[in-house]
Ligand binder design. Structure first.
Ligand SMILES: [Zn+2]
Length: 90
């Protein structure tokens, strides 16, 4: 539950935020959405949230724990996926 700031090392795996252009400082969010289900998603430090209008794309987890594994998984399946589909590289 809640949120957790985290920093990544400089990398090329995570897409840069379309708003501010950085890809190392993010905030992971977790919210309970059902009795046995939580949503986990990633926001940029500038506040940009690619799942804001596509909450169905948030990662589901029973406990919603913001541990390293869930954060990395969410970066991959929420952040990267949505940046690609919303801002196709031309
Ligand atoms: Zn940003």
């Amino acid at each position: 539950m809640g949120q957790k700031k985290f920093n990544l090392n400089p990398n090329t795996q995570i897409y840069a935020c379309p708003k501010c252009g950085q890809n190392t400082e993010f905030v992971a969010h977790s919210m309970q959405v059902a009795e046995d289900c939580c949503d986990i998603w990633i926001k940029c430090k500038c506040g940009y949230d690619p799942t804001a209008e596509q909450t169905g794309s948030r990662m589901e987890d029973v406990w919603g724990t913001l541990d390293k594994e869930n954060i990395l998984c969410s970066l991959d399946c929420c952040w990267n996926e949505l940046i690609i589909s919303n801002f196709p590289i031309t």
